[in-house]
Design a protein around this ligand. Structure first.
Ligand SMILES: [Zn+2]
Length: 341
């Protein structure tokens, strides 16, 4: 395990080999599902490469030098981190080239051109690289094509296909794999998130190999909601309005910003997917067909969330889609035994 990061030893070794061979690229594009530690990895890589005591290929910051101390304190002058503002759907150009009054005098592209404070290099991390718009990608183009000698740029996204071709073609792609369920469960136990192995495994199963998602899933209010949701799904005639009234407020409770609400809706849809996958495995042909329809409805809702669709509309369409299956099929509950009356 490197720097407390589980599951990505292969990537660490790849970086060590590149550095030893003198082939550290100037731009990397980290891809993989959300919540598996890509950003943490990028930060630890930056930490190691900025340390003034340790050799690059060791990839182990000393923790003692001034650079390391400033890094840990969160105010390292040679580290730039850009994230998508919560109220924006694309990365604003100001983050790269400064606002109108300070065009090309501020922002990530400008700061990467400056001499490194500690003389080694400058590292910039762009989280949410899935959200480059044409304008912000164009701002970065010159930096990508003629990177300053001392600059290392790390872009973090989910998949190469979600990146603009201008960015994808100028970056070296590093793939991060989802974590095995046992690893996720172990992290939950080690960090005290889960009290025992059974609970940890149950949460890990729903986590899609993402520790971030597993942490969210350990919230007991989610599990209480899951029980309510499952009882609602078990009723003989699923009512889309009632289902919407159950889901919408629960999603809204996640926070004022869109991002936590979007994440909560993903989890709620994940619960329903889990339920229908179970019935797919264990039920008769007709019920399996209904479960497949429901799963399609869930996947299409997840796609809409990824496309930043209005959450209220996604919930409404999703609930109608789920209920539609039962109504069209004369009230047959989708693969579940009827709720006891
Ligand atoms: Zn150090």
């Amino acid at each position: 395990m490197w720097q407390g990061i589980i599951g990505h030893d292969e990537v660490v070794n790849r970086f060590r080999r590149s550095i030893e061979a003198g082939r550290l690229a100037s731009t990397y594009l980290f891809v993989g599902p959300p919540g598996i530690g890509k950003k943490r990895f990028a930060l630890e890589l930056a930490h190691s490469l900025l340390c003034t005591n340790a050799a690059d290929a060791v990839l182990q910051p000393c923790g003692q030098c001034e650079s390391c101390r400033m890094f840990v304190a969160g105010n390292h002058p040679d580290l730039e981190v850009v994230v998508l503002p919560p109220d924006k759907s694309t990365l604003p150009i100001e983050l790269f080239i400064g606002d109108r009054e300070h065009r090309n005098q501020e922002g990530l592209c400008h700061r990467l051109e400056l001499r490194p404070f500690f003389g080694r290099r400058k590292v910039a991390i762009v989280d949410d690289a899935d959200h480059f718009g044409i304008a912000s990608a164009n701002c970065l183009l010159k930096t990508l094509e003629e990177p300053p000698a001392s600059a290392l740029l790390i872009l973090i996204g989910t998949s190469p296909s979600r990146q603009l071709p201008t960015i994808r073609s100028r970056s070296q792609i590093v793939r991060f794999r989802t974590l095995p369920m046992e690893d996720v469960a172990q992290v939950l136990i080690d960090t005290g998130v889960a009290s025992n192995r059974d609970v940890a495994l149950q949460i890990a199963q729903l986590s899609d190999g993402s520790i971030e998602r597993a942490r969210q899933l350990s919230d007991t209010t989610l599990w209480e909601f899951r029980n309510r949701l499952y009882s609602a799904l078990q009723t003989a005639r699923l009512d889309s309005v009632r289902l919407t009234r159950l889901v919408q407020p629960f999603v809204d409770e996640a926070g004022k910003e869109t991002s936590p609400r979007r994440e909560r809706l993903r989890i709620v849809i994940g619960f329903v997917i889990e339920r229908y996958q179970q019935s797919l495995r264990s039920s008769a042909a007709n019920e399996a067909r209904l479960a497949t329809q429901a799963l399609d409805t869930c996947l299409s809702a997840l796609e809409q969330i990824d496309r930043n669709a209005n959450l209220g509309l996604v919930i409404q369409n999703w609930c109608e889609g789920l209920a539609g299956g039962t109504i069209r099929n004369a009230g047959s509950p989708l693969g579940f035994a009827s709720a006891p009356h």
